[in-house]
Design a protein around this ligand. Sequence first.
Ligand SMILES: *Cc1c(COP(=O)(O)O)cnc(C)c1O
Length: 423
Amino acid sequence: METKLPYISNLSSSSIPRFYTIIEMAFALPQLFAQIPRYPILYPHPSPIHPLPSLSSRRIRVFAKREDHSSPLACAGNKYRKLEYIIPDILSPSPNHHKHEHDKPEQETETVTGPATTLVTEGAIQSNHTVQVSSLARTLGLNSVVLLHSGTGGGLNTSTDKTAFLRCGNVQMNHLLGAEVRILDESDPLAHDARPVLSELRARGHVPYWIPGGASLHPLGGLGYARAAMEIESQEERMKLPGSGRFDYVFVACGSGSTLGGLIAGFTLLEKLRGGGNSSSSAGSGNCVLPRRNVIGILISPTKPREYHEQRVLAFARRAGALIGLDPGDIVPDVRLDDRFVGTAYGVLDVETRMALEMMAQTESMMLDPVYTAKVARGMMHWVQEGEIREDAQRQGNEYEEINVLFIHTGGQAALGAYADVT
Ligand SMILES: *Cc1c(COP(=O)(O)O)cnc(C)c1O
């Protein structure tokens, strides 16, 4: 894997800019937030938001925010947004957050120091996160090692074409991106503690940088979606939405949790700055009390109970919040997670989820992914069609005639190629 393609210049050392370094700011971040270093790998414009007419009615307007169209890099999805805030540490001459989450902070495990040479991460066999890390590694001129756990979830177990599941989709993407791919089954000790991989890389002269699964446990992992909240606000303003003029409900997948946690931190900061709305503690300056933006996390796996995820998401929201100027008490512990649509296992399409995937393909020509966004779409359709949105809005005193709903498409379609049964 370390052979270099002869006819490709090393872009990271080339003088041709890969991304616009001078960005025409589409929206301004609050001062403290704006000072946090971010290395752009997304397009300089916000990811698009468009209506979903087939899910909308006169009173409930449903839109999609296309995080799968957010970056020119391969298989765009939500992990690129998180990684933008991690790259400055990766490129630092002495990274601060490169260790494995099981390492104690004072533990000095390194013999080699200096800027990272190799990104190392893990995920399920069809992990989208690992592909975005491998792609980032290539963009930065680094190597990547990807650990794929065959025991995570039920995708492999329930597949009738296991060869395809282990080779196609995101596994293929990782290979094409030049990653060193290691498939680990549950009997492999590395599946339970990946640190020996890091030691091995150090022994081979590499400087590994560990990125936890989904980048959520990384101390900077929540910032990307806190910024996304600011981006959404700027889009709301320009879209001239009916009703409250805001997205009253935002539906997003909750896997490792920092997408949801980051969004909560970002929206809470907006409430604090602008007044009205989200948090009960909000004492902003404005006297207009707009209804809150409800961020609803749709759980996609039954492995861990809802309470476990609530605690994690709250911790991620507070950690990101502390970096952008919120006090821990600003983020109220009312993370809204819906666990009714988890299905039978992580990575397994139940009948209803599959119907949601097919319906979105055939009515909106929008391709969902089998692991995350199809479950979110199914959950959101339930909320819309069963009148739960309307009831919830009424309970909150939202009297507007129209309710605006945003579905966040976080990417992941490359996994479909491995789900050979989905036809
Ligand atoms: C990782 C991922 C998610 C979940 O995001 P978390 O921050 O891990 O909760 C949702 N959708 C897709 C397509 C993903 O790859």
